[in-house]
Ligand binder design. Structure first.
Ligand SMILES: Cc1cc2nc3c(=O)[nH]c(=O)nc-3n(C[C@H](O)[C@H](O)[C@H](O)COP(=O)(O)OP(=O)(O)OC[C@H]3O[C@@H](n4cnc5c(N)ncnc54)[C@H](O)[C@@H]3O)c2cc1C
Length: 365
């Protein structure tokens, strides 16, 4: 049996980034992944944007704290984002400005003329927007591979096809059993299992926190005209769609949030049709073909904030879960903070301004 300081369950962006941070601080780390390859679930299915206001004001510090790392390592390409609204949404656009005005996010209110400069073929009833110039595309595959490479270099042992099926404590250590009969031992256990976070907690005898997977759908469309490659990410201020160009195609989501059991999520035709219907009410472009569609699970704690740190009741069991719809864009600061919390290290430049109590699992006990 392998013995280590930390066994992390799940090698999506959460597990990969935290494994790298822990191992680089000297811990012996084991990273267990159920699938053939890391990144098969939420991490490999994202819409790949870094958007300062996404997830609400309490998330902005994590997103901003991650921005420099992502930029400095070449993972961001500037795109800009527009939250758009109709005449009747003016109040909502103003409220958005008010809500995020003091968070440090760079935002600006635009009128119809400002909108027309940024989206071709916009239908007439869209009259206002909030402009967020710093929004960027994230090279998600590159970022995930970067963390896995950092982890490997720091000595992390990655085990794929290691679906954890039972967990017990024996003589002060965790014994982690996999479906294929392999067993591993570790002093500490970290739950980075995304949609399966509550399942893993229960296996380990910890209380489930109510982390709920919500299904989100994305479709890749060929449109006529093809989207301008520099067009911003466009989000509905009322949360009914977003779309952005991607390599000559359009990625469109109806911003759906269907509660789901943890699973290999699949898109539904009806949801894609709804998304297209909404798009056609925004722009005059013709949708020619749905080339690809996919769905993934975004997993939220009851207050929609992530959960990082030691479980208050079960010794040696830690959470790194509930990354919701922003687990990629927050990963550098989230992983650094979580490693500092688990190892009892001082905060550094990246994490100094973060309020860890917001993300503490103890808030649910
Ligand atoms: C459609 C969509 C669009 C999104 N867009 C964005 C975006 O633009 N920007 C952004 O920042 N975020 C976005 N997100 C959210 C982001 O993808 C997630 O927050 C992030 O990927 C979560 O990472 P994770 O590692 O926690 O989960 P996952 O990537 O799901 O990883 C969890 C891993 O745990 C493994 N696991 C589970 N149970 C076991 C077990 N018993 N044994 C071993 N391994 C196990 C799973 O196999 C899985 O690989 C989006 C998500 C979706 C679905």
């Amino acid at each position: 049996m392998t013995t280590c300081d930390f066994a992390l369950i799940g090698a999506g962006i959460a597990g990969a980034s935290l494994a790298a941070e822990l191992a680089e601080s000297g811990a012996r780390v084991l990273l267990l992944e159920a699938e053939d390859r890391p990144g098969y679930h939420a991490t490999g299915r994202s819409a790949a944007f870094w958007e300062e206001c996404y997830g609400g004001p309490e998330l902005v510090p994590l997103t901003l704290a991650s921005g420099d790392y992502l930029r400095d390592n070449g993972f961001l390409t500037r795109r800009g984002a527009l939250y758009i609204g109709r005449e009747e949404d003016a109040g909502e656009l103003d409220a958005f400005m008010e809500r995020f005005g003091k968070t440090g996010a760079t935002i600006e209110r635009l009128d119809r003329a400002g909108l027309e400069k940024r989206i071709d073929g916009l239908r007439e009833d869209w009259t206002g927007a909030v402009w967020e110039p710093a929004c960027a595309d994230i090279d998600v595959a590159g970022l995930h591979a970067h963390y896995l490479a950092r982890a490997r270099k720091a000595g992390v042992q990655l085990e794929c096809r290691a679906r954890v099926s039972h967990i017990e404590k024996s003589e002060g250590a965790w014994v982690i059993g996999c479906e294929d009969g392999r067993n591993f031992a570790s002093a500490n256990l970290v739950n980075a299992a995304g949609a399966w976070a509550d399942t893993i907690a229960q296996m380990a005898g910890a209380r489930a926190l109510g982390i709920q997977p919500l299904l989100r759908t994305v479709a890749q469309l060929r449109t006529n005209p093809a989207p301008d490659p520099d067009q911003p990410l466009v989000l509905d201020i009322s949360g009914r769609f977003y779309f952005k160009p991607e390599a000559g195609r359009l990625w469109l989501s109806p911003h759906d949030e269907q509660p789901s059991a943890p699973c290999d999520a699949a898109p539904q035709e009806l949801t894609v049709a709804e998304a297209i219907d909404r798009l056609e009410k925004v722009v005059t472009w013709r949708v020619e073909v749905v080339e690809r569609r996919w769905a993934g699970l975004r997993s939220f704690a009851p207050d929609r904030l992530p959960v990082y740190g030691w479980d208050p009741k079960v010794e040696g069991f830690a959470w790194f879960a509930g990354q919701g719809g922003y687990g990629i864009q927050t990963s550098p600061a989230a992983a650094r903070l979580a490693a500092q919390l688990l190892l009892g290290l001082e905060r550094d430049e990246m994490t100094r301004r973060l309020d860890a109590s917001l993300y503490d699992p103890a808030r649910f006990h």
